[in-house]
Design a protein around this ligand. Structure first.
Ligand SMILES: [Zn+2]
Length: 85
């Protein structure tokens, strides 16, 4: 089921697949990268991320140096959203 925009009362459209969400959180895994989809409301332009997998693509302490390389690539192509949780 697609995300729904409450103010517009309409389903949102998938505007990008393969978006990457970076979570900054306390130890033991302070950095995680999650693959997800970006959805946009055609009525008001609201944008949300949804559709995550069951596991993170990478977690800093468990996946080591590959994390930095993937993060650098995703940042270079402007495909990363970072939040603190
Ligand atoms: Zn809307």
């Amino acid at each position: 089921m697609r995300p729904v925009c409450v103010p517009c009362k309409r389903e949102m459209a998938c505007s990008k697949t393969g978006r990457v969400l970076e979570l900054l959180s306390p130890a033991p895994d302070p950095y995680e990268l999650w693959s997800c989809d970006e959805w946009t409301c055609a009525g008001c332009g609201a944008v949300v991320l949804s559709g995550y997998g069951r596991h993170a693509m990478f977690a800093a302490l468990t996946d080591g140096p590959d994390y930095a390389a993937l993060r650098a690539y995703e940042a270079h192509v402007n495909n990363i959203v970072t939040i603190e949780v």
